[in-house]
Design a protein around this ligand. Structure first.
Ligand SMILES: NC(=O)C1=CN([C@@H]2O[C@H](COP(=O)(O)OP(=O)(O)OC[C@H]3O[C@@H](n4cnc5c(N)ncnc54)[C@H](O)[C@@H]3O)[C@@H](O)[C@H]2O)[C@@H](O)CC1
Ligand SMILES: [K+]
Length: 527
């Protein structure tokens, strides 16, 4: 699990060490980690260190101090280092160390701007150490001009953000442009929320966390990302004596005469994600298409209460005039069973929901939901602050809310939030969301009463619905990536995501089987 924190949480964790006079030690550890990451990255690219040029953009706070100390380490490795001081001051000890190591110091001003931005654009490495967790707002004045010029330059070297790209809000991921897009962000003590939420994540590149000794003082994470081992633990496994009903039955209320394919794709997503049975309820013409496309699906007629299932999927491919389907969607939501409510069901939701109802809007649908709740956020506002938006939606509706995007965020109404970025931009294709709803529906149907596997990864109570949705997003993203990789990185259609999902699932669970085998192999005979 990757854990992320707000700037305030990280600063509070630093407090006991600062009080014990360890401030310098923390900064040197951070700087050493930053310099080491630069060296590793250059080596992995086959670039030589000796004589290559590094420009450190150093602000006046501790973030600049980290950058200057890192520059000193790099100068010690034979790199030609220049510090561009963006403020009216610089971290005194960092600056002294930098100068002692032979670094060259330049002060940024309007006059010096053209020459320094040229130099930065020609450098092999640029370290962005202007603003860190203590910043208010974005870059200003000449620093903003320099970053704007650099971001627009034809060619630039490796860009490494110190702690976080300057201008990205550590707590929310909001970005005040200009922000220099990093290839690599080296962050200290723990990841920051802003690196795992869009638009901040757009600027962060690959994120490396450097431990600096504050970790034991960190509280519960503010944001989590499921990794391989967590996914493996959370995947349901059929019991030896399982039968299709005990494996979980998903009822699907989706599709319409205008969008019949959505029902098919939702069913394909569900079938690929381990459910025991899928029951489809919908218009006869759609049911015919579902039967022909997925003969495994049982098409039923009648009402929601007449169909016995363990979870419902409602809304994919439904419009505002599909009255019979909308009635079924409302009944499913009122049934007390877990529900994934997608697309056309979102405008028909009751005002207050429960955490076992998982809403799956994209940014535009979330903006519409806010409008109905009497709040004015438009799509742009949601996209500019995805983390705040998804959390607010969960609090206001009482539901678990999954906000789809390059980074998919899932928030439980009580605050537990996940960020998954497992996919590829090829996933932005029609029908992809229907498959995702099917996958999450299947996982909800298999959830059962067992909460043990959730507590194993530190997820308590009703937060498990958010973990299930995050698991679904991770599987969907990875399946999409696998489908694209099978096409040598080419495009995918939504059906291909469902087709790739069983193997993705198998690979993830192999990991847990291997761990179990390793644990057991010394003490038990293998069967
Ligand atoms: N506190 C600690 O012990 C440690 C802090 N570390 C580093 O310290 C950073 C936080 O340091 P600071 O609290 O000094 O904060 P920053 O370095 O983020 O910047 C704050 C400084 O910039 C000024 N400033 C704020 N907003 C600005 C803006 N929009 N434009 C221009 N100037 C602005 C402030 O007046 C202040 O002087 C972390 O991101 C991390 O890099 C690390 O060295 C690890 C240890
Ligand atoms: K920075």
């Amino acid at each position: 699990m990757i854990s992320a924190y707000t700037g305030t949480q990280v600063r509070a964790a630093e407090e006991p060490l600062l009080a014990a006079g360890q401030g310098d030690v923390l900064m040197r550890r951070a700087a050493h980690g930053l310099a080491g990451a630069v060296v590793n990255e250059l080596k992995s690219r086959g670039s030589r260190l000796n004589g290559s040029r590094v420009v450190v953009l150093a602000g006046k706070g501790n973030n600049g101090g980290d950058g200057l100390f890192a520059g000193a380490f790099l100068a010690g490795r034979g790199m030609r280092t220049t510090a561009v001081l963006t403020g009216d001051a610089a971290h005194p000890a960092g600056l002294a160390a930098f100068e002692r190591a032979g670094g060259r110091v330049q002060r940024l001003s309007e006059e010096a701007l053209p020459g320094l931005s040229d130099e930065a654009a020609r450098a092999d490495v640029v370290i962005d150490a202007v603003l860190g967790t203590g910043a208010k707002g974005g870059l200003r004045g000449s620093a903003a001009d320099l970053v704007e010029a650099l971001a627009g330059a034809h060619r630039r070297g490796l860009v490494v953000a110190c702690d976080l790209p300057s201008g990205v809000d550590a707590d929310t991921g909001e970005a005040t442009e200009p922000v220099l897009p990093a290839d690599l962000t080296v962050t200290f003590g723990g990841a920051k929320n802003g690196l795992l939420a869009d638009p901040g994540a757009d600027f962060a590149g690959r994120v490396v966390v450097v431990p600096i000794g504050i970790e034991e003082h960190l509280p519960e994470p503010s944001l989590r990302r499921l990794e391989d081992a967590d996914l493996a633990r959370l995947l349901p496994h059929p019991a030896r004596r399982a039968q299709k009903y005990s494996r979980g039955v998903l009822g699907v209320v989706a599709g319409s005469e205008d969008y019949p394919g959505a029902a098919v794709l939702a069913c394909r997503g569900a079938l690929a994600a381990g459910v025991g049975m899928v029951r489809y309820l919908g218009p006869p013409s759609v049911a015919d298409l579902v039967r022909r496309s997925c003969p495994e699906v049982v098409c039923s007629t009648g009402t929601v209460s007449e169909n016995r299932v363990q979870a419902w999927l409602v809304g994919s491919g439904m419009g505002p005039h599909d009255h019979e389907q909308l009635t079924r969607a409302r009944d499913a939501i009122a049934s007390d069973l877990p529900v994934v409510a997608d697309a056309g069901a979102l405008p028909a939701l009751p005002a207050m929901l429960a955490p076992h109802v998982v809403l799956t809007p994209h940014a535009g649908e979330l903006a519409s939901l806010f409008h109905r709740l009497g709040h004015g956020e438009d799509r742009e506002a949601v996209e500019a602050g995805t983390l705040a938006a998804v959390r607010q939606a969960a609090v206001r509706t009482g539901a678990t809310v999954l906000l789809k995007g390059a980074t998919t965020l899932v928030a439980a109404p009580w605050g537990t939030t996940f960020s998954q970025a497992d996919g590829t931009p090829w996933l932005a294709t029609a029908g992809s969301g229907d498959v995702l709803a099917g996958v999450i529906g299947a996982l909800l149907a298999q959830a059962g009463p067992d909460v043990g596997r959730f507590s194993e990864v530190g997820i308590k109570g009703d937060s498990r619905w958010a973990a299930i949705a995050a698991l679904g997003a991770a599987l969907h993203g990875r399946a999409g990536r696998a489908a694209s990789e099978a096409a040598s990185g080419g495009p995918i259609a939504a059906g291909g995501i469902a087709d790739a999902l069983p193997e993705t699932w198998g690979k993830v669970s192999m990991l847990s089987n291997y761990e179990a085998w390793k644990r057991n192999s010394h003490s038990q005979p293998l069967r």
